[in-house]
Write a protein of this length. Structure first.
Lengths: 317, 365
C-alpha cells in the first residue's frame, strides 16, 4: 500500500519537474507550434469533422423539431447573421430524448437492432472463422478460386442484390418481417470481407505451433479453439466489430424486408421521423445520438483486444 | 523407447525429382542419431516424415517394430522440438508444458507433478507463470524441451533446435540436451547442419547430401574413416584438405608435394589426396622419411593456442593447423611434413575412398 503511494508521489514529482522544464522554454515553442501550417491544417480538418456533429448535438438538445435554432429579429445585423452559423440552441433541453424514448417506439427498434446486430456478429464470426481457417491451412481444390470469388462479390454495389435477396428471403423463405431473415442476409453479406480479413491474420500465425500441438495429441478442433482462436483475438475483435456495424447501420434491406413498424430496426425507424409526412428533426437528432452509443461502447470494450503483437515471442523467425 | 526403421523411404513433391530418393536407415533403441548435411539435403524432410507431418511417398517407416506410415502424428507417441520453439504464446510456461498431457486427459495431479519435475530438471521452476513473450531464446527452448519431456514419449525429434541461439547459449544448450539424453535414454533423432553439434551430441551420425545417405557411423568412425570426399570434407573444422594428384607410375605428383606411389591395385591416374589439417607438422621436427609439402603462405589465422596457415602452390591449396605462435611473412615459402599413414586417397571421378587391401585405416606409402 505504502509503496504504491510512494510510487504515485514519485510520478507526481517527475511530472511537476517536467512541467517546470516545459514552462521555461514554453513561450517560444507554443508560439511556434500554433503558427505552424501543421497546426492550422489540423484545426481546419477537426472543424470539418466536428461541425456536422455539433449540429446534430445542438438539434438533439434544443428541445424543438425545427432546423432553425435561432430566431433572428427582422433588423439583424451582419454579426448576428454570422452567429447563426454556429449551431447553439437557445435553450438546452432533454425533451427530445425523453419523447423519443417514451412517446415513440424507439426503444423497441433499438432492441430489434441489438438482437439483429449481435446475432449477425455471432453467426458471421462463427462462419467466417471456420471458413478462414480452412482457407488458410488446408489445401483443397477450388481454394484459390474460392477466395477470388469472395473478392469479386465485393466489387458489385450492394443495391444490386436487393431484388434477388427480396425474392429469396421474403417470397421463397417467407422470412419477411422476421429477425432471422435479416440476420441471415447480414451475416452472409459480411462474410467475404470477414473471411479475407481473418485468413490474412491466420496466415501470419506460424505453422509450427499447430504442428507441435498436432504431435502433442490435439485434434484439429482443439487446435482451432484452444490455440488459433485465442491467438487471433485482435483480428476477431476487428472483424466482429465490422459485422456488428454492417448490421447496425444497414438501412435499405431492412426497410424493404420489414413492413411492420414494430419490427423496424433503428435506421429504418429514424428515417420515419423525417419523411414525406413528418419532419421531426429533433427526434431524428436525439435518436441518432442514442444509436451511436452502443457502437461507441462496443468500440471501447473491444479496444483491449486490439493489442497488437500478441503472438510476439512465440517463435523466433 | 523404440527402434525406428526407415526401409526404402522416399519423398517426392508433385512430379518433381525426389527430395529423398531411397533411404534405408535404422535408428537403434536409446540411440542419439544425428542427421547432418548442408541445407536442402532432405534431413528435415526425413524428420518430418518420422513425425508424421509429411506423408511418405514410398517405402516403410517402422516405429517400435510397427508400420507407422499411416499413423496420424498424435498416435506415434513422438515429441518434437522445433527450431523456432513453437510455444503457445497465449499460455504460461506451465500451461505450455501441460498442454500435451491435458489433451490426452491425464489426471490433474499427475500433470502438476510431471510439469514441476521437468521444470526442476531444466531450471524453469521460477518461470512457470511467465508467458513465452517474457522469456529469452534459451529459456524458450528449454520450455520446448520440457514440453517434449513431460509426456515421456517413445522418441524425441529435434529440428535444428539450437540454430536460433547465440554461440554461447548454443554450447550451454548442447550440454543440457546431452545430459537429458543420458538421463532419459530416449531414442532421439536430431537434425542439424552444424558438424560440431553432430560430433558432440551424436551416438551415431548419418551424413546426407541431396537426399542420399553418404555414411552412417559414430563420430570418430566418420572422422577417421570417411567413405567419400563429401564425408571427408564435411567432418572436422577446418575440413580435410583435398588435393588433386596425378599418378605418373612411380609417384603421386602435384604442385604442393610428391609422394611415393602406394602399392595399390587398380589405382586410377587422377586421384584426390586427403590430408587432415592437424596432421601437418613443421618439416624440421618431423622424421626424415616423412614426405614434405612446400607452399607459399597465403593467410594466417591465429586462434591463440594454434594457427591455421593457408598454403598455396600453383592451383593447389591446403590449410595446416599448427601449434603455438610464430610470426610468418605472407608470401614466404613454408615446408611442412606429414605421416604417410595419415593420407587418404579418393578416386577423382567417383569421389569414393580407395582403401588399402583389407585395411580400413590410412593408406601407407
Amino acid at each position: 500500500m505504502s509503496s504504491s503511494i510512494r510510487r504515485s508521489l514519485l510520478a507526481g514529482e517527475r511530472l511537476w519537474q517536467r512541467a517546470r522544464f516545459a514552462c521555461k522554454q514554453a513561450p517560444t515553442r507554443i508560439a511556434r507550434d500554433i503558427f505552424s501550417w501543421r497546426f492550422a491544417l489540423l484545426v481546419l480538418s477537426s472543424l470539418i469533422v466536428v461541425y456536422p456533429l455539433l449540429w446534430v448535438v445542438s438539434l438533439a438538445f434544443s428541445g424543438q423539431q425545427s432546423l432553425t435554432l435561432v430566431r433572428l429579429p427582422e433588423d439583424a445585423g451582419i454579426a448576428q447573421q454570422l452567429m447563426v452559423l454556429i449551431p447553439l440552441p437557445e435553450h438546452w433541453s432533454l425533451a427530445n430524448f425523453r419523447a423519443v424514448l417514451t412517446e415513440q417506439p424507439f426503444l423497441r427498434w433499438l432492441g430489434n437492432s441489438l438482437i439483429v446486430a449481435f446475432a449477425t456478429t455471432i453467426v458471421g464470426l462463427s462462419l467466417s472463422c471456420t471458413a478462414a481457417y480452412a482457407f488458410s491451412r488446408f489445401r483443397f481444390p477450388g481454394r484459390a478460386r474460392g477466395m477470388l470469388l469472395f473478392l469479386i462479390s465485393q466489387m458489385f454495389p450492394a443495391v444490386l442484390m436487393l431484388i434477388p435477396l427480396y425474392v429469396i428471403v421474403v417470397q421463397w423463405l417467407g422470412l419477411g418481417n422476421s429477425w432471422l431473415g435479416l440476420i441471415l442476409v447480414y451475416s452472409i453479406t459480411a462474410l467475404p470481407f470477414c473471411v479475407w480479413m481473418l485468413k490474412g491474420y491466420f496466415d501470419t500465425l506460424p505453422f509450427e505451433i499447430e504442428e507441435s500441438a498436432l504431435l502433442e495429441g490435439a485434434s484439429r478442433w482443439t487446435i482451432f479453439t484452444r490455440i488459433i482462436l485465442p491467438l487471433a483475438r485482435p483480428a476477431i475483435a476487428v472483424t466482429g466489430l465490422f459485422a456488428f456495424m454492417t448490421a447496425w447501420n444497414e438501412f435499405i434491406l431492412a426497410s424493404i424486408f420489414m413492413d411492420e413498424e414494430s419490427r423496424y430496426t433503428v435506421p429504418v425507424g429514424l428515417r420515419f421521423f423525417v419523411s414525406d409526412y413528418a419532419s421531426e428533426w429533433g427526434f431524428f437528432a436525439a435518436g441518432s445520438i442514442l444509436v451511436s452509443l452502443p457502437v461507441m461502447l462496443l468500440f471501447l470494450w473491444l479496444q483491449r483486444f486490439l493489442v497488437s503483437g500478441l503472438s510476439a515471442g512465440a517463435v523466433k523467425g | 523407447m523404440a527402434v525406428i526403421e526407415l526401409r526404402g523411404v522416399s519423398k517426392c513433391y508433385g512430379n518433381g525429382p525426389a527430395t529423398v530418393p531411397q533411404l534405408d536407415l535404422e535408428i537403434r533403441d536409446g540411440e542419439f542419431m544425428v542427421l547432418v548435411g548442408p541445407s536442402g539435403c532432405g534431413k528435415s524432410t526425413i524428420l518430418r516424415m518420422i513425425a508424421g507431418l509429411e506423408s511418405i511417398s514410398a517405402g516403410d517407416l517402422l516405429i517400435g517394430g510397427h508400420r507407422a506410415n499411416d499413423l496420424p502424428p498424435r498416435d506415434r507417441d513422438i515429441a518434437m522440438v522445433f527450431q523456432n520453439y513453437a510455444l503457445y504464446p497465449h499460455m504460461s510456461v506451465f500451461e505450455n508444458m501441460a498442454f500435451g498431457l491435458r489433451v490426452r486427459d491425464f489426471p490433474k495431479l499427475g500433470i502438476e507433478r510431471r510439469v514441476r519435475d521437468a521444470a526442476a530438471t531444466l531450471g524453469l521452476s521460477e518461470l512457470l507463470e511467465r508467458k513465452p513473450g517474457q522469456l529469452s531464446g534459451g529459456q524458450c527452448q528449454r520450455v520446448a524441451l520440457g514440453r517434449a519431456m513431460v509426456r515421456d514419449p517413445q522418441v524425441f525429434l529435434f529440428d535444428e533446435p539450437l540454430s536460433n541461439l547465440d554461440a554461447e547459449l548454443r554450447v550451454q544448450m548442447r550440454g543440457v540436451i546431452h545430459r537429458l539424453h543420458r538421463q532419459l535414454g530416449t531414442t532421439s533423432v536430431y537434425v542439424t547442419h552444424d558438424q560440431v553439434e553432430a560430433m558432440t551430441l551424436g551416438s551415431r551420425i548419418a551424413i546426407l547430401d541431396r537426399g542420399v545417405l553418404q555414411q552412417v557411423g559414430t563420430p570418430l568412425e566418420l572422422y577417421n574413416d570417411p567413405d567419400n570426399t563429401f564425408v571427408a570434407g564435411f567432418m572436422g573444422s577446418p575440413p580435410m584438405n583435398l588435393v588433386r594428384v596425378e599418378d605418373d607410375g612411380v609417384q603421386l605428383v602435384c604442385d604442393l608435394l610428391t609422394l611415393p606411389r602406394p602399392k595399390l591395385r587398380g589405382l586410377q591416374q587422377h586421384l584426390l589426396l586427403g590430408l587432415r589439417p592437424e596432421k601437418l607438422v613443421y618439416a624440421a621436427s618431423a622424421p626424415a622419411h616423412w614426405p614434405r609439402l612446400r607452399g607459399e603462405i597465403e593467410l594466417v589465422e591465429s586462434l591463440g593456442a594454434e594457427m591455421l596457415v593457408h598454403l598455396r602452390a600453383g592451383a593447389d591449396q591446403v590449410i595446416a593447423r599448427l601449434p603455438g605462435l610464430r610470426v610468418f611473412t605472407l608470401g614466404d615459402v613454408l615446408e611442412l611434413a606429414f605421416d604417410p599413414a595419415a593420407v587418404y586417397l579418393f578416386d577423382a571421378a567417383s569421389q569414393q575412398r580407395i582403401h588399402r587391401d583389407g585395411a580400413r585405416a590410412g593408406v601407407g606409402a
